[in-house]
Design a protein around this ligand. Structure first.
Ligand SMILES: Nc1ncnc2c1ncn2[C@@H]1O[C@H](COP(=O)(O)OP(=O)(O)OP(=O)(O)O)[C@@H](O)[C@H]1O
Ligand SMILES: [Mg+2]
Length: 176
């Protein structure tokens, strides 16, 4: 199991970036009353065939040539299923991929969420050309950050500019 839910989110987002996604939407919902945490990542990367989609959920398969075993998806799935939740992966070749995992908030083995702010900032700084949308609903309170909208407002200033990152960091501090 990974130490934090954010480690899983990072791994799943890196998969999307490796699949040359230009748009990655990350949805997190935390509802204490319903005792549920859900994470959904949707990308417009190269996608997978039905057969590959099945295989990547198995810990002994990877298309990476450097190492035979891909673990990101099986670990995320395993954590969800172990922690009283569900998992699904939907993908279409040439269109994109959607990954969903849910967890029972009260499960004793549920890893902590981790540092969502740093996770988001690292993804933006390392991949300024990707359009990210982060949507976070905690106990009904809604928050969204859309880097395409931010870039439109910035004009020629790059989103990875230190002042812009500082500003986004403050915005995240106020809202997460
Ligand atoms: N969003 C995606 N779009 C297209 N293919 C994907 C996507 N996510 C995963 N894959 C495919 O599934 C495989 C398995 O992914 P997984 O994260 O489990 O392992 P990995 O990325 O290969 O290795 P690791 O995460 O352990 O470093 C990837 O190698 C890739 O071929
Ligand atoms: Mg991976």
């Amino acid at each position: 199991m990974m130490a934090e839910i954010c480690d899983h989110i990072m791994d799943i987002a890196i998969n999307s970036i490796t699949a040359v996604a230009k748009k990655i939407d990350i949805f997190i919902v935390q509802d204490k009353k319903q005792d549920i945490l859900t994470v959904r990542v949707v990308d417009n990367g190269k996608g997978m065939t039905g057969e590959i989609s099945e295989k990547v959920q198995d810990p002994f398969f990877s298309t990476k040539t450097s190492r035979k075993i891909g673990l990101g998806i099986p670990l995320f799935k395993g954590t969800a299923e172990h922690c009283g939740g569900d998992f699904y992966l939907k993908s279409k070749l040439g269109e994109g991929t959607e990954i969903f995992a849910s967890f029972a908030l009260s499960h004793p083995d549920l890893p902590p969420l981790g540092n969502l702010k740093d996770t988001i900032l690292v993804l933006i700084i390392s991949n300024p050309e990707v359009n990210f949308s982060f949507s976070y609903i905690i106990n009904g309170k809604n928050f969204t950050l859309n880097t395409k909208e931010i870039k439109a407002q910035l004009g020629d200033v790059p989103i990875s500019h230190p002042e812009v990152i500082k500003f986004i960091g403050q915005y995240l501090d106020e809202n997460l």
